[in-house]
Design a protein around this ligand. Sequence first.
Ligand code: PLP
Length: 340
Amino acid sequence: MDLRFHGDRELASGLVDLAVNVRTAPLPAWLAEPIAASLADLSRYPDQGPARAAVAARHGRPVEEVLLTAGASEAFTLLARLASTALVVHPQYTEPEAALRACGARVDRHILRADNGFRLDVGSVPHDYLVLGNPTNPTSVLHPAEDIARLARPGRLLVVDEAFADTVPGEPASLAARRDVPGLVVVRSLTKTWGLAGLRLGYLLAPPGVVASVAQHVPPWNVSTPALAAMLACASPSAVAAEHGIAIELAGQRAHLIAALRQVPGVTVVGEPTSSFVLIRVPDGTRVRRALRERGFAVRRGDTFPGLGADWLRLAVRDTATTDAFVQVLTDVMEAAHVG
Ligand SMILES: Cc1ncc(COP(=O)(O)O)c(C=O)c1O
């Protein structure tokens, strides 16, 4: 299984992108302008100070508890060095496991069950590093904050991938502001909602001692000046309010997609999707995925996620016109199976 396969590998020119969970709306002026202005200042080495302080304030934490990274993915790479025995809760984004294996950690998998709606059911385990996503990619399931917090133990790092937390209005299950949970590390991304995957910006929030040990391995100037300008802008109260508005709009678009999918014969939506993507199950998924490609739509294959297989497909939530066009094609593809 290729843990380093990501949705961008599904894309090709001319295909409508339902494979990558990054918002594609144009950047608002309050975000585009500071990024553009920063280009006049590239002869200087980046200064993380203002962005780090702004991120700390956004989550109500001291700056010593914030480490800025080139996307959430860099955070997983850096954190993996601290693990010796790791438990990865799947299905989830595969980069944390790939990073752990690259660092030589012993990795075990805990697979959540589809017939249980992919709900969290991790019991007592001995590992010193436990990683899970919330809301989880690709299932779109949101675990209650308390169910996650109770997995903390002294001597364990509990790493929660909150790359998509801002897609849920009000972030009800986020642990980002929690300072009372021992060993809790929250990883956040700014590449999704703000459509900045190419700029690489994210951060982790953790106890000061964890931040200090991770920081020893951070390459100098790991976050570029334009990325820092974007981080500063995205941490402002008005940006957080805008994020909330986007999440509410997304919820309407997702409800539209789910209602349409439920009308398509043979398609099952599992669990209760909460984020910017929806996981479906279809018979003969490889044929369906290929037929969708031939008809102009790229969707994310499920068989590179531990715990899923070829009959699982992940769909990005897009505007309702794109959804309607897609669901029409999906219906044709599913009906063709019955005719053939
Ligand atoms: C759940 C999850 N976490 C983290 C990431 C990585 O995000 P970033 O672009 O910030 O590295 C992704 C990217 O697909 C993801 O799906």
